[in-house]
Design a protein around this ligand. Sequence first.
Ligand SMILES: [Zn+2]
Length: 184
Amino acid sequence: MKILDIRVLGDPVLRKETTRVGAVDDDLRKLISEMFDTMYAAEGIGLAAPQVGRTERVAVVDVEGARYALINPEIVESEGSSRGDEGCLSIPEIFGEVTRASRVVVRATDENGSSFEVEGTELLARCLQHEIDHLHGKLFIDYLSVLKRRSAMAQWEKLKDDYPGFIRKVALEKQGPHHSEGEL
Ligand SMILES: [Zn+2]
């Protein structure tokens, strides 16, 4: 088990477009396994490769037991709209309301290289959209109104010094007072 450092807002890797994965090999499976470990240690429900400083198009999610490794995920169906509070493991302690599709179907490749589809509603739909955004350099704060975004950034200004070099040390932080419930 290996817990990776989580990159926080300000690290340019979070704004990078990821690279489509070619072959699913042992190196990629190792990354996926470490991403699951890191996500669970941070008490998140989703984690995308850029959040651990990587550029492969890979994310992991576990929403109420719906556990998926998503390689090259794409939204192939999307409907409805739902507004809900969102947070992000890369922007600790900042939350904001984001409107997302209420149902999505995502097509992806699994750890064995097979193609599959997952349908998500409610929180799973929100999580899938949030993680796929990460793979294209997009963050939930991008959806906030100008005013709400400004206020979130003012909050973040005060918090960001806790993360020197834009690095969030998950294992150490777990013993601290912070909770990351609901962060993706
Ligand atoms: Zn996130």
